[in-house]
Design a protein around this ligand. Structure first.
Ligand SMILES: Cc1cc2nc3c(=O)[nH]c(=O)nc-3n(C[C@H](O)[C@H](O)[C@H](O)COP(=O)(O)O)c2cc1C
Length: 401
C-alpha cells in the first residue's frame, strides 16, 4: 500500500514534510499565561517524534479571551518564549503553528477581565453570565486577531489556526443557539457569519504571503438547534473564497455538547477531583454525567460529515477526530483529505508518527478513556496509560479501561 502519510504536501506557502499535524490540544503549561519549559519540551518531543507540523494549543488573542488558568495569552511579553519554542521545533525538523482564538462566553472570570458573548445568554457550563458584546468591542476583538497573527510571525510560527469551532466566540456568532442579536451581526446566516469574515480578513492581511492560515470549524454543533452541515458547507465556501489555506473539520460545542468534539465518556469524578473551584466539585461529581453526556466513539467519527465538505470545496482539508491507527490515517487520506490532525494519540505518545513510520506500532495505546480531558482542568497534560501510580482513589474510576 502506498503510504500517503509520509508524502510531502503543500499548505499555502508551506510544504510540510508529511501529512500529519499535531492538533491544538490545551497543554495547561503556561503559568502566568506565558510559555514554560514544559510547553517547549512537549512540542519539541512531538517534532522529534516525526510530526509534519505541531500546533501550540489555544492562545487567547486578548485577556478577555482566556478560558483557563495556565493558558497562553498571545501578547508581546510572550514572544521571546514562543520564539525559543519555534526555534526548537524547527531544529527538530517540523513546522510550527499556533491556534488563536477568543472564548467569548467561556471566559474564566478569575483570569479574564470580562465575559462577553454575542447576546449575553447564560452559560451553565461556565457557569458564566456574559454580557452582550458591543459593536466597538467587536471591532477591537477583530483587531486583536490581526495583532495576534503579527506576534505569531515575530515568534517564528509558520502558520496560524483560527479557532472558529467548538462554541468559541466565532462559533458563538455563527450558531443561532448563542447568537440572538438584532443588529447586522445576528439573524440571517449572512449576518451571523459577518464577525467571522471580519476576523478572517484581518488575519489574512496580517499573515501576508509567507504564513499559512488554517481555520478550525464545526461540521455540526452537535445538538438540536445548533449549526448543521448545510450552514457549515456555506462557512467552508466563504473561507475558501477568502483565500484561507486549509480547513480543519471538527464539531461540538463546549457549552452544550462538549463530548461531541472528542466522543466517549468524560470521567467526571476525576474531573471533579482536579477542579480548582471547591464548591463545584460535589456538583460535577454527582451530576457531571447528566450535563456532559457521553457520545459514541468510533475511529474517524467525523469522516462521514467531513466527506460532505470535501464535495463542497477544493481547498486543502484537514481531517481530525478519532485517529489512532495507521489504517485509519491512510483511509482518511485516501478519501481525499490532504492532512490529518491528531491530539490524544500524541498526548499518549509524542513519537506516535515515527513509531508508525518504522513499523514499531500500527495502533496507538490511547483508548479514549478521556483522562487527558479531565485532568486538563488542573493545568496538567497526562495520559492515564502513562500514569505510574494508579492507586489514588479517584483513579479507580478508570481501572480496566
Ligand atoms: C486534552 C485536550 C485538550 C484540547 N484542547 C483543544 C484546544 O485547545 N483547541 C481545540 O481546537 N481543540 C482542542 N481539543 C480537541 C482536539 O484538538 C481534537 O479536535 C480532538 O481531541 C479530536 O482529535 P483526537 O481524536 O485525535 O484526540 C482538545 C482535546 C484534548 C484531548
Amino acid at each position: 500500500m502506498t503510504e500517503l502519510l509520509f508524502t510531502p504536501c503543500r499548505l499555502g506557502p508551506l510544504t510540510l514534510k508529511n501529512r500529519s499535524i499535531r492538533s491544538a490540544a490545551f497543554e495547561g503549561m503556561c503559568p502566568g499565561h506565558m510559555v514554560s519549559d514544559d510547553l517547549l519540551n512537549y512540542h519539541k518531543a512531538v517534532a522529534l517524534g516525526g510530526i509534519g507540523m505541531t500546533t501550540v494549543a489555544y492562545a487567547a488573542v486578548s485577556q478577555s479571551g482566556l478560558s483557563f488558568e495556565h493558558q497562553l495569552w498571545l501578547r508581546r511579553e510572550a514572544v521571546p518564549g514562543l520564539r525559543s519554542l519555534t526555534d526548537a521545533v524547527h531544529k527538530a525538523g517540523a513546522a510550527a503553528a499556533i491556534q488563536i482564538g477568543h472564548c467569548g462566553q467561556m471566559a474564566k472570570t478569575s483570569v479574564s477581565i470580562k465575559c462577553l458573548s454575542p447576546s449575553g445568554k447564560f452559560n451553565l457550563y461556565g457557569p458564566t453570565w456574559p454580557r452582550a458584546i458591543k459593536k466597538s468591542e467587536i471591532h477591537s476583538v477583530v483587531d486583536d486577531f490581526g495583532q495576534a497573527v503579527k506576534l505569531a510571525r515575530e515568534s517564528g510560527f509558520d502558520a496560524v489556526e483560527v479557532h472558529a469551532g467548538h462554541g468559541y466566540l466565532i462559533s458563538q456568532f455563527l450558531s443561532s443557539y448563542t447568537n440572538k442579536r438584532k443588529d447586522e451581526y445576528g439573524g440571517s446566516f449572512q449576518n451571523r457569519s459577518r464577525f467571522m469574515k471580519e476576523v478572517i480578513s484581518a488575519v489574512m492581511e496580517a499573515a501576508g504571503t509567507d504564513m499559512a492560515v488554517l481555520v478550525k470549524m464545526n461540521l455540526r454543533d452537535g445538538f438540536k438547534g445548533g449549526m448543521e452541515l448545510d450552514e457549515s458547507a456555506e462557512v467552508a465556501r466563504i473561507l475558501e473564497n477568502m483565500g484561507v489555506h486549509a480547513l480543519v473539520l471538527s464539531g461540538g460545542f463546549v457549552s452544550r455538547a462538549p463530548m461531541y468534539v472528542m466522543r466517549g465518556r468524560m470521567p467526571v469524578k476525576i474531573m471533579a477531583h482536579y477542579m480548582h473551584e471547591k464548591w463545584m466539585k460535589p456538583f460535577v461529581s454527582r451530576f457531571g454525567n447528566l450535563l456532559i453526556k457521553p457520545e459514541p466513539y468510533t475511529e474517524a467519527y467525523f469522516l462521514k460529515d467531513a466527506l460532505q465538505i470535501r464535495k463542497a470545496v477544493k481547498l486543502p482539508l484537514v481531517y481530525v477526530g478519532g485517529l489512532v491507527s495507521k489504517t485509519g490515517i491512510e483511509k482518511v487520506l485516501g478519501e481525499g483529505f490532504e492532512f490529518v490532525q491528531i491530539a490524544r494519540a500524541l498526548i499518549h505518545d509524542p513519537a506516535f508518527i515515527n513509531k508508525i513510520k518504522t513499523g514499531e506500532i500500527s495502533l496507538s495505546g490511547c483508548n479514549h478513556a478521556n483522562y487527558c480531558i479531565a485532568v486538563m482542568y488542573s493545568g496538567k497534560m497526562a495520559c492515564y496509560q502513562n500514569e505510574k501510580d494508579r492507586s489514588a482513589p479517584w483513579l479507580k474510576y478508570l481501572e480496566g479501561k
